[in-house]
Design a protein around this ligand. Sequence first.
Ligand SMILES: Cc1ncc(COP(=O)(O)O)c(C=O)c1O
Length: 417
Amino acid sequence: MNPPTPAPEALPQGISSSARRLPDVDGRPFVVDSAAGAWITDSDGRRHLDFAMAMGATVLGHAHPAVVEACASALQRGPMPGFTHAGEAAAAQALVRHAGPLVHATFVSTGSEAVHLACRIARRATGRPLVVKIAAGYDGWYDDVALGWTGSAEADLTGARPLAHGVTLVRWNDLADLEALFAECDDIAAVLVEPVLANAGCLMPEAGYLEGLQRLCRRHGALVIADEVLTGMRLHPGPSSLRMGLEPDLVTLGKAIGSGVPVAAVLGTAQAFESVIDGRVARAGTYHGNPLVTAAVLATCEVLESSDHTALLQRGERLAAGVRATFAGAGVPVSTSGLGSVFSLWFAPQAPTRYEVAKTLLQPERSLALHAALRREGVLTMPGGWGRLFLSFAHTEADMDFAVAAFGRAAGALAAP
Ligand SMILES: Cc1ncc(COP(=O)(O)O)c(C=O)c1O
């Protein structure tokens, strides 16, 4: 690998979002030309089977024809009239169709905004100020929830419990820690939790953790906000947490619901949304729920309803098993953890479920070397140790064979002295 190509002057570091930059491999920078289905073509015309999938921003595959057609039509009819249009309510209806007691939805443009709004709703609904976030979780880049990202000192929770902008932290998979926090504080509005701690290497919930968290919140009058910006629509055409033991009051959705078009949403129960319905919660955003994004949501939901989620899950599990087997064959023990269509690879025989353990297993150099070896094979993954592999409905069985073979050669290259 070489040092990255110098960034163009007008765009600091050559990127607008830090996750976007990939390392140069063999002196070649990676610049996207186009993306379709499960494949990305770079500016040199090389095709890559994509397992980064815009960090989960599509579960249908890049440029799904139904979404492209719906968006093209919305653009022609005027993407931004500024006032109410029929698509907005229809898209909200489509999102709540598979969301059980979450009967209301409202749109924003990004996942970070959705988390911001969900916290605002929870504070209004309970009259309490404090939001509890999972240490090492990622719930967007806004200041309040930027506390305790992976690798930060706060995420270790070794000293006094951190508190900033009305947000504090608890340990993932540790109900005693949450219980202790509830004993210390009677002003908790909500616990903000992903059903899988995805941005920390897809740390799975231990048996009973999500149910226990839900029970504690109920007992203490705090709401549960399931942050499903990354996990939503991956187990069925709705929030995954509903199939994993949570009964959230509020759910944030993003990424997959727009198939690459910037749109996110907050879903909520009738009770949680009372303050939205009566107007006490301020919602303001020029682009929120515009015809372009709601066309993308409607088209995505329609395709998702006729998609085979079980097959997607099985394909992901087949890939994960294939990857584990090829590494084992090369004498490198690896494990995987995740939800089927989104999983992480660990250079350890047993995938961690606790952040304290995950940190000790991290091998950033090796993860980067794997990324580079796979790039040479025409397979694209996220480069970091906390990264994830994303599958979409566009990934075929033949793609799995291609990927497993590529992982096998990459494993061999990594194992070679
Ligand atoms: C769980 C989770 N919440 C929130 C966000 C923020 O979403 P966005 O990047 O659309 O602002 C992300 C983004 O990766 C996420 O994974």
